[in-house]
Design a protein around this ligand. Structure first.
Ligand SMILES: [Cu+2]
Length: 162
């Protein structure tokens, strides 16, 4: 009798450890699935490679700015360099989907649009791409969030949604 009850306590303690070791990974995987599919948080695509020295001659970076692809769909091409974005102000109509195509001319920069899920790295030699929806009119701040030198704190831009 005594032997059996101590065995039972042993099982309970073992279960108390097994349960979180299964429940914690399940909770983490569930959180990843929810953020990926329900909340729309995405890892930015690596959309291609580019020679950082030849940016001025390679489309679409030879003409940075906003292009209309279809009604309500736009592509914004931006170049990051110390210490500015080109262009540093973008205007789009409310309700549009904008795909940001980004690269860096010199060092690694960040590209964060405050208030949206857009958060990319601008890496020399790499093209980054991410799409965001802008349902409401307003102004959105673009920030470089990767320390890039002495003028990093003045590296920002603006998206005006009309
Ligand atoms: Cu910076």
């Amino acid at each position: 009798m005594m032997k059996n009850s101590s065995k039972l306590v042993g099982y309970i303690f073992e279960f108390a450890w097994i349960l979180p070791s299964v429940a914690i990974p399940v909770a983490v995987i569930t959180a990843v699935i929810i953020t990926a599919f329900a909340v729309g948080i995405r890892v930015p695509d690596i959309a291609g490679r580019i020679d950082p020295v030849a940016i001025n001659n390679v489309a679409p970076f030879n003409e940075p700015g906003v292009r209309e692809l279809a009604p309500g769909r736009y592509e914004a091409t931006l170049i990051a360099q110390t210490f500015l974005f080109t262009p540093n102000e973008i205007e789009i109509p409310a309700g549009s989907d904008v795909t940001f195509v980004l690269t860096s001319r010199d060092v690694i920069h960040g590209f964060k649009i405050v208030g949206t899920s857009v958060n990319m790295m601008a890496v020399p030699g790499q093209i980054s791409k991410m799409t965001a929806h802008f349902p409401e009119p307003g102004e959105y701040l673009i920030l470089c969030h990767e320390y890039c030198g002495s003028g990093h704190h003045v590296m920002y831009g603006k998206i005006i949604v009309k």
